[in-house]
Design a protein around this ligand. Sequence first.
Ligand SMILES: Nc1ncnc2c1ncn2[C@@H]1O[C@H](COP(=O)(O)OP(=O)(O)O)[C@@H](O)[C@H]1O
Ligand SMILES: [Mg+2]
Length: 337
Amino acid sequence: MGIEVVVEGLTMSFGKQNIWQDVTLTLPAGEVSVMLGPSGTGKTVFLKSLIGLLKPQQGRVLINGVDMVSSPERDIYETRKLFGLMFQDGALFGSMTLFDNIAFPLREHTRKRESEIRRIVMERIELVGLLGAEGKLPGEISGGMRKRAGLARALVLDPQIVLCDEPDSGLDPVRTAYLSQLLIDLNARIDATMLIVTHNLDIAATVPDNMGMFFRRNLVTFGPREVLLTSDEPVVTQFLAGRREGPIGMSEEKDAALLAAESAHAAPHRAGGPPGIVPQLEPSPGLPPRAAVARRRERVLGMLDQLPPAARAAIRDTYARGAAAPTLTMPAPGSGS
Ligand SMILES: Nc1ncnc2c1ncn2[C@@H]1O[C@H](COP(=O)(O)OP(=O)(O)O)[C@@H](O)[C@H]1O
Ligand SMILES: [Mg+2]
C-alpha cells in the first residue's frame, strides 16, 4: 500500500526569486492527487523537492519519518527508492529498445539476474499496454506509446509513490483519455500514492481523489477533488474553464491558449453527478477495486464539517450515488454544519 507524504511549511527560492512559500499538504496513502497551476508556478520544482533533489530553504517533507529536506543524504537516498518518476518528455534513451529502457533502473539499481529482469520488464510492459513493442526504438513509436514506456520504466522498482510530471503533454484528447484510464487502473493494481502534475482539464476532472493548485507563489488550495471543482475562487474557476478573463494574466498567455484549446475537448457533464462535477473514473472491468476508495471515503466524510458548503454538498452527492459506495451510512443532512 502507498505511503503518506506530509509536506509542512515548505518554502523555496532560487537566489532572490521566491518560487512558492509555506506550502502545507498531505498526499494521503494510496490516493491519486493532481496538482494544477499555470506554467512557471513551480510544479516541477515541487516534485523535485518531494524526492529531495532540490532543497527548499524552509519546511519539511516527511516520508516514513525521513525528512527529504534535511535528513542525512543516506536516508534520503534510501527513501528515494520508494518513488517512481515519470518525467515530462518520457526521458527515454533514443538508442535503446523499449525493453532496455524499461530494464535500465533494474540493471542500474539492483543485482537481479537477467531472467528476473525480463520477467519484471515484460510484466510492466503488459501493464501499460505495450506488449509487442518491446523491441522498438523510441523513435519508431508514437508519443503516446513513449509516455507509456516512461510510465512502465517508472514502475519497475515497485514504487509506493508515483510522481508524473505532465504525463499528457503532447498527447491528443483520445490518447489522453486512455492515459487517464491507465492511471486509475494502475492505482487499482498497485495502490501507490500518486501525484500527477497536469494542465489537462479532462485528467483533472476525472482522475484524482484530491486536487491542488499553485498560483502566485502560493498553494491556493489542496484537498478532496470536490473542493477545487466547486470552488468559486476566481483563479480556480478561470483555470478550470480555460478562460482568458481572470487573475491569470499575460505572462501565462501561452498557457491560457493551451487551456482554451483543451477545454474545447473537456468531457461533457454526465447526468447524475453533482452539478459541475464529472464522476471519477473507475478501474477497468476485471481489475480489483481501488483500495484507496474506502480509505478516502472515511477520511473525507470525517472532515466534512471543515469544508465549504458547496464541496460538502458535492461530496454527499458523490457518495449518495450508490454504485461507488453501496454500504455507506451518510451523516444526517445538516450535521456538522
Ligand atoms: N535549478 C533551478 N535554478 C534556478 N531556477 C530554477 C531552477 N529550476 C526551476 N527554476 C525556476 O523556477 C520557476 C518554476 O519552474 P517550474 O517548477 O519548472 O515551473 P512549472 O513546472 O510549474 O512550469 C521558473 O521560473 C524556473 O525558471
Ligand atoms: Mg513543469
